[in-house]
Design a protein. Structure first.
Length: 365
């Protein structure tokens, strides 16, 4: 099979586990024949390499989500979560051998909506459907040629891995769209010479495969550009929710694709997650010969009581246990950022961490 790669390559025929689906789908198309032609089912077979699968790494999406929400909070913004009520397609006009492209996030490898698209659909809603202070909102939210808008719109990213699906469109009047304008009036001779140009129902449909996302949940965020614009955020989000539901985003919105509905339950879950303080990682339980010492001093840090026991010769006759205690105390000091080989204080005698480090070093050297 001829593909634009080096000879003796080892490129797989299906995306490897954990692969970046966007990179695979857009750069590794391998359905060409030796004559650089495509078989009848080549395009559909290629879409199937990623269809019926989840794309996106859950941990990476969560990290991105938390970083984004931290930024939005700092900018006095807010968020909503909107879910597509059916299929969602974006980027169909991008160049691709399948003839229908797809928009992928560059690093996360998931379908997404650019902030410019979010801003655009909200502006369309305000211009056509919002009758409340329309001119003022257009100026405040989106700015003008002489002034920057007071709101910031971020990319809408899925909050969880997205299921991809194969979809098919079946146009059957292709020649009408291509050359229908060549039919002049009632020139029946021209019509009979080229009957394929007529928009008639006897033409055979042409199956065209394309990739879609199914019921994806997007994190939609808006922030204020300055403190004075903070009060605009809730109103803008409310209008944005209406725009996403009734106008839709992406491709084929007129056919029901890309309409997003607010998911308040998912929002509540995410807000609860953000309000919880991160738990400190659980420390491993101590061996019995260390626990016997630390249990006698429940209000004291374990490394302090263990160091005191070392100096009292508690494990003097058990060198292996003593060595283990010394290594444990040193590791705990390092983890707590209290291991100091040098003191920056004028009087090192008063530097508790430095003095404690010296006490441990006596058992190491």
């Amino acid at each position: 099979m001829a593909i634009p790669l080096y000879q003796q390559h080892e490129a797989p025929n299906t995306p490897p586990h954990g692969a970046h689906f966007g990179l695979w789908y857009t750069r590794f198309f391998n359905r060409y024949t030796d004559n650089w032609t495509l078989d009848e089912t080549a395009k559909q077979d290629w879409v199937k390499t990623v269809a019926n699968q989840l794309c996106g790494n859950e941990a990476a999406l969560r990290q991105y989500r938390l970083r984004l929400l931290k930024l939005v909070k700092a900018l006095k913004g807010d968020f909503v979560i909107c879910e597509s009520n059916w299929h969602f397609a974006t980027g169909l006009g991008l160049p691709h051998p399948v003839e229908n492209g797809f928009t992928w996030h560059q690093t996360l490898g998931v379908p997404f909506l650019a902030g410019s698209a979010i801003k655009g659909v909200l502006r369309a809603w305000v211009e056509c459907w919002d009758e409340t202070d329309r001119e003022q909102r257009l100026k405040d939210w989106f700015g003008s040629q002489n002034e920057t808008g007071k709101l910031v719109f971020f990319d809408a990213i899925p909050i969880a891995p997205v299921r991809l699906m194969l979809d098919i469109m079946t146009p059957h009047c292709g020649k009408w769209y291509e050359k229908g304008q060549d039919i002049n009036g009632y020139d029946m001779e021209a019509v009979l010479d080229h009957p394929e140009r007529l928009p008639a129902d006897w033409h055979d449909p042409v199956p065209v495969p394309f990739l879609v996302a199914k019921q994806a949940k997007f994190l939609v965020t808006v922030a204020a550009r300055n403190a004075k614009a903070e009060g605009m955020v809730p109103t803008a989000l409310e209008s944005l929710v209406a725009a996403l539901q009734w106008l839709g985003v992406g491709a084929k919105t007129g056919a029901g694709y890309g309409h997003l509905v607010r998911d308040e339950k998912a929002e509540q879950t995410l807000r609860m997650e953000l309000s919880q303080k991160p738990k400190a990682p659980a420390r491993p339980s101590l061996p019995g010969f260390m626990a016997d010492v630390t249990e006698k001093f429940p209000g004291q840090a374990d490394y302090i009581s263990l160091l005191k026991a070392l100096e009292d010769g508690h494990w003097k006759d058990k060198p292996e246990q003593e060595k283990a205690v010394v290594e444990f105390v040193k590791k705990r000091l390092v983890d707590e950022k209290k291991w100091k080989l040098k003191s920056a204080k004028k009087n090192p005698q008063k530097d508790i961490d430095f003095q404690r480090t010296l006490r441990v070093l006596k058992f190491i050297s």
